[in-house]
Design a protein around this ligand. Sequence first.
Ligand code: NAD
Length: 469
Amino acid sequence: MALTKEQIRQIAEQTKNSLASGGSGGYAGGAAQCLFDDVNDAIETAIRAQQRLAEMTLEDRSKLVEAMRVCARAHAEELAILAHEETGYGKVQHKIAKNLLAANKTPGVEDLHPTAYSGDDGLTLVETAPYGVIGSITPSTNPTATVINNSISMIAAGNAVVYNPHPAAKRASQRAMELLNQAIVDAGGPNGLITAPKEPTMDTSAVLMSHKAIKMLAVTGGEAVVAVAMKSGKKCVAAGPGNPPVIVDDTANIPDAAKKIVDGASFENNILCVAEKECFMVASIADELMSQMQRNGAWRVYGEDIDKIVRTVLIQKDGKYVINRKFVGHDATYILRESGVQFTGDPVLVIAEVDRCHPFVEVEMLMPVLGCVRVANFDEALSEAFRAEHGCQHSALIHSTNVHNMSRAARKMNTTIFVKNAPSYSGLGFGGEGYTTLTIATPTGEGLTSARSFTRARRCVLKGDFRII
Ligand code: NAD
């Protein structure tokens, strides 16, 4: 699967040309338009498309979903390259894996289940109905996988979606939208189930959040966008930030835990919201754990080198540390080099033993730098992990063979995703059981979203008749 630099350049060039000419990405079907100068036109087109979708059968809808899957698979590599080129975040091979995961493991129409109540008073049916048109704000960290994932979920549920992608990942996100919209048209669906403004801004985002015809918002990003969307007065599915701690107790298989932590924390250079962001290690196994992590591709830094990295990748603002966006999702080697830290080889992760209140623990780093904290025992690991998660209720992990410890941690952490003895991405159905999503709705409680998260319940009551017993 490895591509040469020249192949990557050529694919990126072709994609740029296609976007510049408003091209359809090579699909042969009818005219499809997904991007609009005026966000209001994007919304109007989506309204008409959703009305047409509502007239189609569930079987037709399934065909549209299948067409989106086929298209996303065919373009997984191109979209990964484009996203990497545009944002500089993560790794092309990992982005391909995320795109394929979204294409293959996002549930479709089968996710919708009607409920029936039958009794002396007759029959009551509760159906999962579409909201209509959804306004979706997408992140720079998963720009194409989120579009694939949300589009499948939302359209499987019978909705249309108007996106406002992150301006820093606009080209890649819009390319994914255009391809999927065209694939729907080619499969006999209406044009405009997926639309977006050509120039997504805070203003276009504000239009989406206040437009009367947008019945639901689905926002993915940091605290700011979640807060704004939740104040909109609309039904909102908010996929917010996390700061997932990983606990390693003294019963864990240490070589196995070390490898899995490095794999999870280095995947996509740690831009996934579910990725291990800090590690709490029981003192008796701490030295072995860190040396095993080094054997698996981590580079350990000490003393002044830790301070150099802090000064490089973090900025002090209003008495708090925030990340310097220049280093988000960048390679460990880039971070070490820019920080002036000597290293050898090609490490994929930087690890540092730090104090429990260190910024590597407190801040959602979104880069391959993992603060590791030595604690006296499991109880202390758990209370520190709980504190470091900052109440996001997003994700947490443990490596242990003590079932009691695993259960206590899962209960106390109270997170949407809790992973035991595996890398964090297993929680997304990647090497773990279950479907996938890139939209983990933590503050609003839908959890790992799927088609049914984008539906509203409608009840229909028939008195007396229709019972067969
Ligand atoms: P970001 O918050 O910078 O941007 C996300 C989106 O929100 C973008 O489209 C951006 O333009 C928009 N936005 C930002 N501030 C806004 C405001 N005040 N009003 C309206 N729109 C606004 O996030 P990012 O850097 O692209 O993504 C990383 C963050 O997203 C991390 O915190 C990560 O944990 C989180 N995330 C969460 C999930 C999840 O499923 N829970 C998935 C991916 C990313």
